[in-house]
Design a protein around this ligand. Sequence first.
Ligand code: BES
Ligand code: ZN
Ligand code: ZN
Length: 496
Amino acid sequence: MLKVSAASVDVKNLSKCVVLFATKGATLAPESAKFDKAHGGLVSKALKKSRFQGDAESTFSFATPSLDKVDSVVVVGLGEADKLGTYTWRRACIVASQEVNKQFAAEATLVAENIKGDKTKELEVAKAIAEGFHMGVYKFDRFKTGQKPHQQVSLKKLTIQAKAESDLKAELPLVEAQTEGVNLARDLVNLPPNIANPDYMVEVSKELAKDGVKVTVLGEKQMEKLGMNCLLAVGRASHQESRLIVMKYTGNKKSKDYKAIVGKGVMFDSGGYNLKPSQGMAMMKGDMGGAAAVMGAMKALAKRKSKVNVIGVCGCVMNMIDGNGFLPSDILTSYSGKTVEIGNTDAEGRLVLADAMSYIIDKEKPTEIIDIATLTGACMVALGGSYAGLFSNSEKMAEGLKEAGDTVGERLWRLPIDDAYAAKPLLADLNNDGSRFGGASTAAVFLKNFVGDTPWAHLDIAGVGIGEKIPGTSPVDGASGFGAKIFVNYLEKDAS
Ligand code: BES
Ligand code: ZN
Ligand code: ZN
């Protein structure tokens, strides 16, 4: 893992791979300009000979064999100075970290700049830089055997010079703990389904016990007794046993209140009898991105010793086909007692979440519940890879989650949950089907039936969980871990 440390501001101490910042028009940021001056205008001369314009997420690099302490310089574009904010800083540094790796550098140094026109506090800039580098150096290469050192991520150490050095020193371990959670989520999404099955999720959850998380796991027999027939139907055709994982973290012993986060853990979604087309089916190993985000958040909260009480729930199943599989037109009785007719076996995520949510509400009475799921292709069509869908029956939660998303750089866009979007059942209380049109809202309206009066929010991360256009990811290491950071930020807001 990348080691990030804090130091006081002194451009003379920049060494190894030096990362500098420039805004639109290739204008070097103040401290970057001082570095340039101290080295006889080396950087500005090189910039003049290039077409680099300081556009956001563009880079310009060169080796500096004539300098003693400095091996190379990477100039990162930030775009327009007055449009800067943590989102831009974080993304610029994701790109920067990848560029530093292209220089095969093991160590990099930089200054958290105060740029005229940027209203972001220096400490926030420094934190976003640390986060960006942590995100950017992630690589999922454990199945590439015989990798030579030069084929692996080179960057091992980053030093951030900042005026708020001591505050930054206190923040960096928290950023690191958060990154551990995010990277766990990314690993789980990237792992193939022949490894990451429901029992693998159980193993991972048990590891969290070391950090003080209490784990209980329900197997199929227990869920049958409880009447969780919707969740069980989805996993019935698989040889892997379905599991409901409940993780309890008590960071605030003074309170008896818990908030719940619930993730869709469809470890592979073949579609079931409503089989998916073969093109793109492989992507459905990532249909457990919601459960991965919950697991990652639990790890991060525990490692950060957050003073909050949280219950994390992962509904883990594999949506497969065999003679025992559930069928379109089946009618199931859910844990809540409501009956559901199956319009489509590929709309399985809402069935898993319905039982997982009504069970945990019934058993633990959380003060708030948030579910997260790669739920609908329709949400992906609506919002693409830059925003996740947000649905809520609570204005307060919707506002709080949106704010958390903006803070951590995982943005949410609110969509309607109006009964007009509900699928019409023929013979039962509800139908799990959806449509190409407004399908993200149809799924959300379905889920609303299972939360009663509990303040609830639903995050549809179908478009942002996995893929090449997701901020912070590259095509090969496609998983973003989207959601883990939102949970950490949102839940910590009311830490005592
Ligand atoms: N897991 C998919 C949704 C999905 C699609 C996630 C693309 C990530 C990328 C979900 O289970 C599904 O198949 N939904 C169907 C619902 C439809 C049958 C009502 C969909 O979106 O097409
Ligand atoms: Zn599906
Ligand atoms: Zn699915």
